[in-house]
Structure formats: C-alpha cells, structure tokens
Design a protein around this ligand. Sequence first.
Ligand code: GDP
Ligand code: CA
Length: 319
Amino acid sequence: MRIVVLAGGIGGARFLRGLKQAAPDADVTVIGNTGDDIHLFGLKVCPDLDTVMYTLGGGINEEQGWGRADETFHLKEELAAYGVGPEWFGLGDRDFATHIVRTQMIGAGYPLSAVTEALCDRWKPGVRLIPMTDDRVETHVAVEIDGERKAVHFQEYWVRMRASVPAHAVVPVGAEQAKPAPGVLEAIAEADVVLFPPSNPVVSVGTILAVPGIREAIADAGVPVVGLSPIVGDAPVRGMADKVLAAVGVESTAAAVAEHYGSGLLDGWLVDTVDAGAVERIESAGIRCRAVPLMMTDLDATTRMAVQALELAEEVRGA
Ligand code: GDP
Ligand code: CA
C-alpha cells in the first residue's frame, strides 16, 4: 500500500510513528511543510522536516517533541556572548550540525529535496521525506503591535511572541510562485490513500496545500483522503493553533476544521470521542466521520489512531 502524508512538525511526526507501526509494509511518502523554515546565523533551518526526521530516526528530544536528545547549548551561549542572536530560537550543538550540512549543500547547488534525502541517509526515518517545494516559502503573520500593523516571520510569532497577540492574517510568502518538489505530485498520483495527520491545519497542512498543484493533485487523485483532528474538545491538544485558525476565520472545533478542508478535498475525518457530538454535522457536510480516541499518549494509542484512519479510508473507498 502506498500512503502519502502531509506533515507539519510534532503532530505529524508523532502520528507517523504510529502509522509505521500500523502499516509496517506500507510505502510511506511524507510531504513536509517548509513554510516554517528560517535563516539563522547564516544557516537554513527547517524545523518541521527535522522534527519528522529526528522523531522517526530516533534522535528527537522526546519530552520537548523537537530538537535533539542529549543536547547541549555551548554554541548558542558563545554566540550570545558576542551579542549575536536571536536568543529566542533554541538551536543546540547537535542540531547545528544538521543546519550546517544543509546550508553547505544548498550553497553547493543542491535543491532542498536532495539535501533532505542526504540527511535522511543518516537518520533512516523509514519513510520517504520530501519537502513540499524546493523553492523558498516563508509563512508570515500579520499582527498589530502598539497600534501598528506589521508582518513577522512565523517563528517570531510562534516562538518569540508565543502567539500572545491576535493574528490578523497568515501568509505563506512565495507559495504562489513555488513548484512542488520533485516526487511530490508523482507520489500523490500513485498513492492508495492520502492522510492529513493531526497537524496544524493553517500553518502546516494549509501551507503545503498552498503550493499550486498539490491541492488539485490530491482532490483529483481519486483515492480516499482522511484526516485526524488536531482540535480536541474545542481546543488544540498542544500549542496555539486556535490563534492561526482565528486568523483565517475558522473556529477551533473539530467540525469547523473539517469544513475548512471541505468535502472537495476530504473524504473522511476522525474526531476525538469527546467530540462525538460533532459527527452528524461533519457527515452532513459530506465528510464521513468517526469519533475515536485521538490522544497520542503513547505509541500504542497512536498506532490505533493510524489503524482507524486506514479503516476509514477503506470504508470511504468501498462506498
Ligand atoms: P508543529 O509544526 O510542531 O506545530 O506540528 P504540527 O503542525 O504537525 O502539529 C501541531 C498540532 O498537533 C497542534 O495543533 C496540536 O493540537 C496537534 N496535536 C499534538 N498532539 C496531539 C495529540 O495527541 N492528538 C491530537 N489529536 N492532536 C495533537
Ligand atoms: Ca511547524
């Protein structure tokens, strides 16, 4: 079975661990979000690609969900001693090596997709990880600070400001001109099922879908497209997804997110058991829906979620 997953960082990566266990023989292609990418200290940092790579490759800091295990921060301290920041972005010594290798390869002319493949040669994530595009896309967030409207980089909004002010708009700058990376459209066309893990619907999955051609390819693939709600009990399980959902005019409920993707894209949607009351509304929007436990508390629970998603896909296919 060929499975395509559109993934952000933590939610996507953790789900993928369960999916690998649920379908050990499947051929899994992950299309990763690169809208969160940022240049720091002259280095290109791809937080979502790295979270997927480290999580599936066994290098992740488990408690944190991002960054390397067994990490130290000497380099960052030395940079700070020179007054060189930003200090709000946590880059550890081990992690720095990844960004140095990536930046060096990009400088030598390799596209991000080839660089990602090279990095994965070390980590062996057990999936094919492809960035959504080799072109530069940077998510910016429009905020109001001291009565003045300005756009900040997504990481500045998310990490430095902790999404503490309302977001007026979320713009994937560069997406309109971006082309899907080599292999993205092919993987979608050859897929037996497409999954949206419980990743951020706006700044992770939404950004991937903003690359021209990807949404259309998924809608036209003629295969089941099934998603899992990152919103449980009217709030994000983790993080501040409600802030960016509000910016695009979507309420933070499992049903509203399903409707935001829409029945033109989504065939099936899993909501948590606490949101069982939303199943009817979602089904009347033309999206087949089931309420099952959706908390990724451990690998077994996550594996059951992946099994349910694949079962819902088969149900949709048979319908
Ligand atoms: P990010 O790039 O690290 O923010 O990660 P993603 O975009 O992949 O995923 C973030 C989303 O995952 C958040 O909106 C969370 O609500 C959701 N999430 C995290 N843990 C869980 C979980 O255990 N269950 C569900 N249903 N969603 C989760
Ligand atoms: Ca992210």
